[in-house]
Design a protein around this ligand. Structure first.
Ligand SMILES: [Zn+2]
Length: 93
């Protein structure tokens, strides 16, 4: 069926959506990390760190899921084929 070769040059809307979800999850990790870092350097009581630490943990969990979904989509859909050949072209030149 030519799986993965049907639309080698087409951008995949679903992949883009999953990529931006992964990027958002990474931004969340940065935000929560900065907040936790500030809190840990301040004179705040240890108890105030726990909710921030939980937020960061949740953000890391979302990131894992987002990247898992992205990798699974690209594998199942085969929509990475175009990118890969473009990349090897770039290396060959
Ligand atoms: Zn796709």
């Amino acid at each position: 069926m030519g799986h993965g070769t049907l639309w080698p040059m087409e951008p995949c809307a679903e992949r883009d959506k999953l990529k931006s979800a992964a990027a958002d999850a990474l931004k969340d990790i940065i935000n929560f990390t900065e907040r936790l870092l500030k809190a840990v350097r301040s004179e705040d009581p240890c108890g105030s760190l726990t909710p921030l630490d939980k937020d960061l943990e949740n953000a890391v969990g979302s990131k894992e899921r987002a990247f898992g979904a992205l990798a699974q989509h690209c594998k199942e859909h085969g929509c990475d084929a175009g990118t890969e050949s473009k990349m090897s072209d770039a290396i060959a030149k």
